[in-house]
Write a protein that binds this ligand. Structure first.
Ligand SMILES: CCOC(=O)c1ccc(CN)cc1
Length: 325
């Protein structure tokens, strides 16, 4: 099988949500290549926490089977988290069906999620080795269906301020220009982890320097080594590190330079306008590039990914591919 599902950006392209049917019930989920749990808001949560969300009711699904011995708890790098119990149920993404997918029904969700009222949960697309279900670890939707796909891959086509798509099982050549360049993926941390080989700021010269990175659709910004971030904002008049905001800010009327990442031996350019992320005040805007301090690797999140067509190749030699949209 193969199929396409639309994604729709939240405000500031902070996240991209896709309609998914779980046990015949449609929820809007954040497809996250940085984690490996499919979890959903559910009727098992306090009613007050369900308010404003679509929720999964396992009791009203004719195909749910409780995995009563299993439970899950997840913490994300931004401090948010959730926990709950597990069912097996039918999950449909576009036209791709997992007949018995582990659906992690939340009993508790952190406050940061609750206020994202369009976000009804996450669909993890990292490697199943980091799925949090215990005592019996479960597979991601992609791993569950992979063997039934025409090709063992999915693609991400995220756009700036407009709906895009995720495709499972095929590469739609109408969604990119030029060629796709690939980088080898190291799966030892369960992530789509690769090494970028350099960068350039605007029309500046290319700097050859390797930096360990992940492709993460579930992270909003582009997190890079501190020296690269300093080199970037050093080219922006009025840019500053504002500890009260927890990162670099720029004047909202800045004409920001492009950022070029060298991956797979090719140049991949983020337009400068994408790096003016969101207003903080009348004149100050939060930068879309921030330092990766404390994360342990660089994170190519949506600020970068929405400039690219991205192939997540889950073959026996996993790799990530990037092409210009
Ligand atoms: C603001 C509430 O948090 C999220 O929406 C969220 C948190 C973590 C992840 C996983 N990268 C995705 C969305």
């Amino acid at each position: 099988q193969q199929g396409e599902v639309s994604n729709t950006p939240e405000a500031h392209d902070q996240s991209y949500l896709c309609p998914v049917t779980v046990g015949g019930q449609t929820l809007n989920l954040d497809f996250d290549t940085g984690s490996a749990d499919l979890w959903v808001y559910s009727t098992l949560m306090p009613t007050s926490e369900q308010r404003g969300h679509s929720v999964y009711n396992p009791d009203s699904s004719s195909s749910s089977n409780a995995q009563s011995d299993n439970s899950w708890t997840i913490q994300y790098s931004d401090g948010s988290g959730a926990s709950g119990t597990v069912y097996a149920d039918k999950v449909v993404v576009g036209s791709v069906t997992a007949t018995s997918q582990a659906v992690e029904a939340a009993t508790s969700v952190s406050s940061a999620f609750i206020k994202e009222t369009h976000n009804d949960g996450l669909l993890g697309l990292a490697f199943s080795s980091i799925n949090t279900v215990q005592p019996t670890q479960q597979t991601t939707f992609f791993d569950t269906v992979k063997s039934t796909l025409a090709k063992p891959l999915f693609t991400a086509h995220l756009k700036k301020g407009a709906p895009g798509s995720y495709d499972f099982g095929y590469i739609d050549t109408s969604k990119y220009t030029g060629s796709i360049t690939y980088a080898h993926v190291d799966t030892s941390n369960g992530l789509w982890e690769f090494t970028a080989s350099g960068y350039a700021v605007g029309s500046g010269s290319t700097v050859a320097t390797p930096y360990d990175s992940i492709a993460d659709t579930g992270t909003s910004l582009l997190y890079l080594p501190t020296e690269i971030v300093a080199a970037y904002y050093g080219e922006v008049n009025g840019a500053m590190y504002d500890s009260s905001q927890g990162g670099y800010t720029v004047p909202c009327d800045s004409n920001l330079p492009d950022f070029v990442a060298i991956i797979g031996g090719s140049r991949h350019t983020v337009p400068g306008s994408y790096i003016n992320y969101a207003p903080i005040s009348e004149t100050s805007c939060f930068g879309g590039i921030q330092a990766n301090d404390g994360i342990g690797h660089s994170v190519f999140g949506d600020v970068f990914l929405k400039s690219q067509f991205v192939v997540f190749d889950g073959s026996n030699s996993p790799r990530v591919g990037f092409a210009k949209q």
